[in-house]
Design a protein around this ligand. Structure first.
Ligand SMILES: *Cc1c(COP(=O)(O)O)cnc(C)c1O
Length: 429
């Protein structure tokens, strides 16, 4: 089966796994930490990356690889790996090509956890980040590059600000400076946007969100497009383009080519050393979610659109942010990058500010207060007092998260029920 030739809906259901005669129809859960070999020599070849095969599930596991292959096909990439969380995915994606003394350019409108990872924890590791508004001009973007810049980072649709990234603008600048563009595609999912088609080089996911979609398992994924030419910029990427002494002098970009170097290095070095592994059981759950991703995304987007339109017409609401609304600043960009729809997340302000927002949320009956998004069940959150509480007022504004913002993640219920729930809660104000 040629995954790449299939339409996205078919790949959601069948990608990554083609059982042979008499083999299980569903992806088997290979619940084994280890794998048996006849000779030490066979095993040695695996450790030297001379042969491919499994030896220890911290590095690779057949269930995880099967599910990674499906996500790889969905994104149209060359190689992919699963990780224990979206946080691990973004950490590995950057740390695989940047080290102490390096510099990264990131959109300032990103997930709070990623902002903290970059601005606090990776800064302690000696990696410097410049945060730029996703709406910056090309001139501002180009001016941010330094000789030690190693990558550019952004989110297709930012969580929770819902800014839409002009992926082509960011890709053009990254490539003009000889570095890859890393896109966190969690909110759009490959069903609605495939960033590689617009010039992105590496895609990350928190699979915890729409891909899982049922609030079952925390997980992450990194996909490589296989298009970035590391060897053409060998001076910038010594980790990929010079011999790795911890793997008997292998030069990843030479031995595994453009398509395999990045993911092989991230697996062989970072997964070996940090061990942010996804369990086979979680990968199995993730795959169940992926099987219906295309069906669910359609409903999440319908519900998001209907709820956003309702909120926009309600006088108790001060503002509504949803990229599918014609009045939205990002409507044109959303139409370009996500013509099928954006996501089910809508943010808005309740008149009366923070206190009114909290009262409104407390009165909701179907929509639950949760630190989660992108679930089949609708939920809502006040980010300034939860996910983004480590940010000061200035950083909150830069991240597009004002204090009165309510983030509502529309599930796949009936939108009339969701609107009725919102209406009765607004009536208590
Ligand atoms: C949730 C989220 C993450 C972090 O993922 P976890 O699986 O919670 O570690 C990263 N990026 C985005 C856009 C997210 O929404």
């Amino acid at each position: 089966m040629e995954d790449k030739k299939l339409r996205i809906e078919t790949t959601c259901v069948q990608g990554g796994y083609t059982p042979g005669n008499g083999e299980p129809r569903q992806v088997p859960i290979v619940q084994s930490t280890t794998f048996k070999y006849a000779t030490s020599e066979d095993m040695g070849k695996l450790f030297d990356l001379e042969a491919s095969g499994y030896f220890y599930s911290r590095l690779q596991n057949p269930t995880c690889d099967t599910v990674a292959a499906k996500i790889c096909a969905l994104e149209g990439g060359s190689a992919a790996m699963l990780l224990s969380s979206g946080q691990a995915a973004n950490f590995f994606a950057v740390f695989n090509i940047a080290t102490c003394g390096d510099h990264i350019i990131s959109s300032s409108s990103i997930y709070g956890g990623t902002f903290n990872l970059f601005a606090v924890t990776m800064k302690k590791m000696g990696i410097e980040f410049t945060f730029l508004s996703p709406d910056c001009t090309e001139a501002e973007l180009n001016a941010a590059f330094k000789p030690n810049t190693k990558a550019v980072f952004g989110e297709t649709i930012a969580n929770p600000a819902l800014t839409v990234l002009d992926i082509e603008k960011f890709a053009k600048a990254a490539h003009a400076h000889g570095v890859p563009l890393i896109i966190d595609n969690t909110f759009a999912t490959p069903v609605n946007c495939r960033p590689f088609e617009f010039g992105a080089d590496i895609v990350t996911h928190s699979t915890t969100k729409y891909m899982d979609g049922h609030g079952v398992a925390v997980g992450g994924c990194i996909v490589d497009s296989g298009k970035f030419d590391w060897l053409a910029h060998a001076d910038k990427f010594p980790g990929l383009c010079t011999p790795d002494d911890s793997y008997h002098g292998i030069t990843y970009a030479e031995k595994f080519g453009l398509g395999g170097a990045y993911i092989t290095k991230a697996t062989a070095q970072l997964m070996r050393d940090f061990g942010c592994t996804q369990s086979p059981q979680s990968a199995f759950y993730l795959n169940l979610g992926l099987e219906s991703l295309h069906v669910r995304m359609e409903r999440h987007c319908l519900n998001g659109q209907k709820v956003a339109e309702y909120l926009e017409s309600n006088e108790k609401i001060s503002w509504v942010n949803y990229p599918g609304l014609k009045s939205n600043k990002y409507y044109d960009l959303a139409q370009k990058y996500m013509p099928k729809g954006t996501c089910g997340v809508v943010s808005f302000g309740v008149k009366g500010g923070r206190a009114a927002a909290e009262k409104f949320m407390k009165a909701l009956k179907i929509i639950a207060i949760e630190t989660h998004v992108a679930d089949a069940r609708s939920c809502c959150l006040h980010p300034a007092s939860a996910t983004h509480r480590q940010m000061n007022e200035e950083e909150l504004i830069a991240a597009g998260v004002p204090g009165d913002l309510v983030r509502l993640s529309c599930g796949i219920e009936n939108y009339q029920d969701l609107i009725a729930d919102i209406e009765q809660a607004l009536n208590t104000l």
